[in-house]
Design a protein around this ligand. Structure first.
Ligand SMILES: Cc1cc2nc3c(=O)[nH]c(=O)nc-3n(C[C@H](O)[C@H](O)[C@H](O)COP(=O)(O)OP(=O)(O)OC[C@H]3O[C@@H](n4cnc5c(N)ncnc54)[C@H](O)[C@@H]3O)c2cc1C
Length: 386
């Protein structure tokens, strides 16, 4: 018999993945509990994301899931009335060298075959789409016009409010410290405040995903590494697409930036080698490193004043793909971890997939998607647009 502490599904983590998942689970009529150790929704990695939303990926599973997410972000305000600062600005991966031209063009047929609207723009066309790009040495780039951006905090609060309105329960300031098992399967969770019962428990603990998996005796290859972001003052619109430059240079690999709906330029960079660990104190090396690269590519950015920097965590996996699926060792325990630098854009699409997984109503396409994200894959490949 159901008690106040028994649920159809428990989600550990009210972040980029756990919150939209709770929404989809509750919408499907499942009694859903979300537990987070932090005081409110989105206080882990979610609020540190810069807000980029793309389906421009190099594998079918992330393209599919992100296309579903984009549909949710793009239609949210019209469907529910909340402002999430969605803007369909597009994403442009630019090429200043033949290496990038070749690898970006090489992905296009495959990306298009999976339903992504994307094209190669030559130098002249790209300068029409982003007139302030440095023309010197510019070869061209891809443009996916349906990609975009939104505010991670406004979006997660919108998902949270809607999840609650359809019956999901949230408990904050409460840490999951153990899983409860019976007959070889999960039957609930123990927190620092009590016990809750459910035959389905989703680990959406983000950068702490491996730690939570260890509660089930599982070794899951999710390792947090830190990335910094920054926001400038707000200025009149001059830039539409998110610009991504994947050329590696000493100290960093790719960096990406865009002009938010409210006028600020928001940006971040991928340090190389990665900075592993949980440290989220800002550094003094980030801003000089990223500003140099950004001003090279858009010289007029040198006039912008930076208002704030911050540092957060990517939950990394060895091959850059998330780890999603029910574990064989502990039936009922489902992993939704390892989002790398893409948890905000994957969240709503993954939420829908997780709801079908918990209900046992996966489509053939879902099964194929989950094969890419399988916890039991070999982790040999490498994401090309990470
Ligand atoms: C600088 C920067 C820029 C980024 N830019 C983008 C971007 O443009 N687009 C994009 O898609 N992604 C971006 N990301 C990545 C994105 O932030 C992450 O991939 C995403 O937030 C991960 O989502 P998650 O739900 O897995 O983790 P989180 O959002 O961190 O949620 C996990 C939650 O689990 C909770 N938790 C953990 N352990 C426990 C426990 N034992 N008990 C209870 N609660 C627990 C945590 O408190 C946390 O709230 C960026 C990240 C950074 C740092």
């Amino acid at each position: 018999m159901a008690t106040a502490r028994s649920f159809d599904v428990i989600v550990i983590g009210a972040g980029s993945v756990g919150t939209p998942a709770a929404l989809c689970l509750a919408e499907a009529g499942l009694r859903t509990l979300v537990i987070d150790e932090l005081p409110s929704v989105g206080q882990g990695s979610n609020k540190r994301a810069i807000g980029g939303l793309r389906a421009t990926h190099s594998d079918p599973a992330k393209i599919r899931v992100s296309l579903r997410s984009l549909d949710v972000f793009a239609t949210w305000e019209e469907r529910y009335g909340d402002k999430i600062e969605w803007r369909r600005g597009g994403y442009s991966f630019v090429a200043y060298r033949e290496e990038e031209e070749k690898s970006l063009k090489g992905l296009l047929p495959f990306q298009k075959s999976h339903g992504l609207r994307i094209d190669w723009l030559d130098r002249k066309q790209l300068l029409e789409a982003a007139p302030d790009l440095n023309p010197n040495g510019l070869i061209g780039g891809t443009l996916a016009p349906d990609d975009g951006n939104a505010s991670p905090l406004l979006a997660i609060h919108a998902f949270y409010r809607r999840a609650k309105s359809v019956g999901a329960e949230f408990r904050f300031n409460e840490k999951v410290t153990n899983l409860i098992m019976a007959g070889g399967r999960v039957t609930g969770v123990r927190t620092d405040k009590g016990e809750y019962w459910s035959a389905a428990v989703i680990n959406a603990a983000g950068p702490l995903g491996a730690e939570v998996a260890r509660l089930a005796g599982l070794d899951v290859p999710v390792r947090p590494d830190s990335h910094e972001g920054a926001v400038t003052e707000s200025v009149a619109r001059f830039l539409e697409p998110m610009i991504v430059d994947i050329r590696p240079v000493a100290g960093s690999s790719n960096y990406y930036f865009y002009q938010h709906d409210t006028g600020q330029v928001i940006f971040c960079i991928t340090p190389c080698p990665p900075i592993w660990g949980l440290d989220v104190r800002e550094t003094s090396s980030f801003l000089p490193m990223v500003a140099k690269r950004m001003v090279e590519i858009i010289p007029r950015l040198k006039n912008l004043r930076v208002r704030r920097t911050w540092r957060g965590l990517y939950p990394m996996t060895p091959d850059g793909l998330p780890i999603v699926g029910e574990t064989k060792e502990v039936p009922g325990f489902i992993l939704a971890v390892g989002m790398c630098g893409q948890g905000f854009m994957l969240g709503p699409g993954l939420g829908q997939l997780l709801a079908r997984l918990v209900q046992g109503s996966l489509s053939a396409e879902d099964t194929d998607t989950l094969a890419y994200f399988s916890p039991y894959r070999k982790f040999k490949g490498q994401e090309k647009l990470g």
